[in-house]
Ligand binder design. Structure first.
Ligand code: CUA
Length: 172
């Protein structure tokens, strides 16, 4: 008998609170939807719709006459090599160099942005699809150098590791 009125009061309170909650959830969903649609609208307005095409994703072998080739000697201690980043490896790797080699890396990407960095050196170039960057470095010390990717490029980014092996000069 005593419980009946208080139970219905409580029930009324809960119904009212749930109505308010539903109303606010509805408002929040509408606002978030408008925000999402607005953001997509302005992104498409600014950048257009970007679709991966055959021209955008290329086979590393198609990137130039020397692409995929090994080291090319251009002088007594000078070399050049096309270094291509693709999901998720560096080509060529492992790359063998003689100690003292001055190497010009022509760096590009076959798909998305990658970061070409050789640990223990000053080599750090962004690999941009459709653009060839270059960096020249002299490897005075023999050893194994890691090529890492320092531009986030997807699920296997952290495993995108190549290798440069500088072979010691043979004593003459
Ligand atoms: Cu390639 Cu990160």
């Amino acid at each position: 008998m005593i419980d009946a009125p208080s139970a219905s009061l409580e029930e009324a309170f809960h119904n009212s609170a749930e109505r308010h909650e539903r109303a606010w959830i509805f408002v929040a969903v509408v606002l978030l939807s408008l925000l999402l649609i607005g953001t997509m609208f302005f992104v498409v307005l600014d950048y257009g719709v970007v679709v991966g095409t055959a021209g955008f994703r290329r086979d590393p072998a198609d990137l130039g006459a020397n692409a995929g080739a090994r080291l090319v000697q251009t002088g007594p201690h000078a070399y050049s090599v096309h270094m291509i980043g693709h999901l998720w490896t560096w080509t060529p790797s492992p790359l063998h160099l003689p100690q003292g080699a001055t190497v010009t890396f022509l760096v590009t990407s076959a798909d998305v942005f990658h970061g070409f960095e050789v640990q223990g050196t000053t080599i750090n170039v962004t690999a941009v699809p459709g653009v060839t960057g270059s960096v020249t470095y002299t490897f005075d010390h023999p050893g194994s150098y890691n090529i890492i990717c320092n531009e986030f490029c997807g699920i296997e980014h952290q495993a995108m590791i190549g290798r440069i092996i500088v072979d010691p000069a043979t004593p003459s």
